[in-house]
Design a protein around this ligand. Structure first.
Ligand SMILES: [Mn+2]
Length: 328
């Protein structure tokens, strides 16, 4: 069912200045949706600022070539945010996700509108346009641009394409529908470049990172008849490749790509606190958060983490015993 964009149209009819914001640790859906909507509002003659509580991560800054996104406290004051007639929150409806922008919005008398696709959230005190079946807020913004009667430009299409492509894991999640491809076809027609976007986002590894990943992949061993995969990164792996701890990001998902593996565990030695960091992932109904919680960690059912005192072999033994008792 098409969304009712009346709350947005009414806001646009009654307000001249807008502040758009989104969640902490902003991703392409957050930033891309902000830029797409900001450009559309500017086309209608509105004054628009995008103000987040957090800075844009460097690797996605390319979707903001005009540097439209500002950070609260870095050249933007709460008073300036309060001066806007309306605040639009994108890609979250939770106070806890807004960081320092939460208090600024709470103290403001400006009209509020939330455009989101997340199931959970708070009452932020304004109108809400939410579709929890939407694969990305970027698609909702594309619809909003149509509803406002604004022509889609290349400058809007590029960040919105990045938003939809990344929130769908490059069009492979179950949230993807025919409507996703219809929207994306329009974005590409308007000038979005999928090949260039993919390359800019993902072909950016350092050689040290790829070397480290190779060593982690070599370390993989399976347990429980191939249902659990363990991999690790040791002090020697970091020393000999020159990679940094952050370079283990995403490798755990490679463990999960092995046929038959339901649970993947990546163990990383953290010399500064004498602990082993465990990243757990599940692709079945098995809840890895419950395992992490046994050792004082936390997370989600399908992705959790914990730091266990002691070296990698001890941490592996403790986690394996817990997994065996729960999965066997
Ligand atoms: Mn999103």
């Amino acid at each position: 069912m098409p969304l009712d964009w009346t709350p947005l149209k009414e806001l646009v009819a009654s307000c001249d200045s807008f502040v758009l914001t989104s969640h902490m640790r902003p991703d392409c859906d957050a930033i891309g949706s902000e830029i797409g909507l900001a450009l559309a509002l500017e086309t209608l003659g509105k004054r628009v600022r995008i103000v987040n509580g957090d800075t844009t991560p460097p690797h996605i800054a390319f979707i903001d070539p005009q540097t439209k996104v500002e950070t609260l406290g870095q050249g933007v004051t709460p008073e300036e945010v309060h001066q806007a007639d309306a605040h639009i929150v994108l890609d979250t409806s939770a106070w806890g996700q807004l960081g320092p922008m939460a208090d600024v919005l709470r103290e403001s008398g400006a009209k509020k509108l939330v455009i989101d696709h997340h199931l959970s959230g708070d009452d932020l005190g304004g109108a809400v346009i939410k579709d929890t079946t939407a694969e990305a807020v970027g698609r909702l913004v594309a619809e909003a641009i149509d509803a406002l009667g604004v022509e889609l430009t290349t400058e809007m299409a590029k960040p919105l394409f990045a938003a939809i492509a990344t929130d769908t894991g490059w069009f492979r999640f179950s949230s993807v529908t025919a409507a996703t491809y219809e929207t994306v076809a329009r974005l590409v027609e308007a000038g979005a470049n999928p090949a260039e976007t993919f390359s800019t986002l993902f072909d950016r590894n350092t050689i040290e990172r790829v070397w480290l990943q190779g060593r982690v992949l070599q370390s993989i061993r399976t347990e429980l008849d191939g249902r659990v995969a363990f991999g690790h990164a040791t002090a020697e792996d970091f020393a000999e490749t020159g990679a940094a701890p952050a370079d283990t990001e995403d490798v755990v998902n490679r463990l999960l790509s092995i046929s038959g593996v339901e649970v993947a565990v990546l163990l990383t030695w953290m010399p500064e606190d004498g602990k082993t960091k465990a990243s757990l992932r599940s692709r079945s109904d098995f809840d890895v958060r419950e395992v992490a919680e046994v050792f004082g960690g936390g997370g989600h059912a399908k992705a959790a983490g914990v730091r266990i005192p002691g070296p990698i072999p001890e941490a592996k033994a403790a986690l394996l015993a817990e997994l065996v008792s729960r999965m066997a």
